[in-house]
Design a protein around this ligand. Structure first.
Ligand code: ZN
Length: 153
């Protein structure tokens, strides 16, 4: 599974980046800015520019139209069943009914990681390489995001 992803990464990376950037553009249009309490949460997990965050609540997370990209993302556990949040730069998808502090603080830490790496195009190769090497649960960016989950504001 992970080795499939590793083998596919070089060819898929440009598609993955283009897809992620298009998702960010959608959220930037359709999403909502965060309120002052969430602003504080974002700051508390290290986000430099919480004012740029947009949240789009959706009934289900998007899947790439490209069949190969979709298959690899599903196989790697990045998308699909059980996934209720997804972050592209400053754009955060949250599935209806899951907009809680734990998930938001987790996704905001991913925003921090995007800020830290510089862009979607610089974050994704690192993140996907981590998923290919360690698997989703043990990918360092996921471990770091879980370590910054908040249960109380
Ligand atoms: Zn995560």
């Amino acid at each position: 599974m992970a080795s499939d992803l590793r083998a596919a990464l070089p060819l898929l990376m440009p598609k993955a980046i283009a897809w992620a950037e298009s998702q960010f553009s959608f959220i930037a249009e359709a999403g909502q800015p965060i309120d002052s309490s969430l602003f504080a949460v974002a700051q508390s997990v290290g986000v430099l520019h919480p004012e740029l965050i947009r949240i789009a609540e959706v009934s289900h997370l998007p899947l790439p139209e490209d069949p190969e990209l979709r298959r690899v993302a599903l196989d790697a556990g990045l998308l699909g069943q059980g996934m209720v949040g997804l972050t592209f730069g400053y754009g955060v998808y949250i599935c209806h009914g899951h907009k809680d502090l734990r998930l938001l603080s987790h996704e905001f830490r991913h925003v921090y990681q995007y800020e830290h790496t510089g862009s979607i195009a610089s974050f994704l190769p690192i993140y996907l390489e981590q998923i290919a090497t360690f698997g989703y649960d043990d990918a360092p960016f996921e471990v770091d995001a879980r370590a910054h989950e908040r249960c109380h504001a």
